[in-house]
Design a binder for this molecule. Sequence first.
Ligand SMILES: Cc1cc2nc3c(=O)[nH]c(=O)nc-3n(C[C@H](O)[C@H](O)[C@H](O)COP(=O)(O)O)c2cc1C
Length: 202
Amino acid sequence: MFYDPRNQEHGLPHSPWTAIVVPRPIGWVSTLAADGTPNLAPYSFFNAVSGLPPFVMFSSASRKDSQANAEATGEFVVNIATWELRKAMNETSPGYDAGVDEFAIAGLDAVAGTNVAAPRVKQSPIAIECRYNKTVALVAENGTVASSSIIIGEVVGIHIDDRVLVDGQVDITKVRPLARLGYMDYCVVSESFAMKRPAARE
Ligand SMILES: Cc1cc2nc3c(=O)[nH]c(=O)nc-3n(C[C@H](O)[C@H](O)[C@H](O)COP(=O)(O)O)c2cc1C
């Protein structure tokens, strides 16, 4: 099958789009509202987008609390959502009012960041502290402004639980990060393999 999403229906019962670029890591974004209320929500349009200096992005389908808080306070934290925390992650996803603390709803502990005031999830083995860098609006060639924007953060602190470090490396089978597939589906990284890069041919 082929379709052009600008002007053609896919003809399937559900859009295949979010089932195609997968798996998407789940950035569990924690922020502080201007009044100091902690906020936590999962974002699967999330990724690391630069090595050194490191930057991350998440994409918000409208101007949700995480985006608004990151823009207002200049900070956010991305916690890695894991298999063990899957239920708690899901409990933080309903669209609660801005004054609601999703840490409390999901029974999670909020720990103040080291280089940012935004809290991190104590139970997550990896947390990435970010300074808000910019918001990128997405505008199609025909001028249509997407409801989604990309929020970019510069990484200013990385927490790694010593328990997931083995011989100086992050052991991904101990982290067991969750990732989003299409529809209602998820996957979890529970095994890995190594492959050496070939040398360039002369
Ligand atoms: C696994 C998962 C991934 C999600 N990814 C996104 C996403 O990438 N972008 C988005 O706008 N909403 C996403 N959502 C929905 C938000 O988590 C939801 O709208 C949440 O209420 C936003 O909270 P906030 O207003 O506190 O930021 C996702 C939900 C789940 C369960």
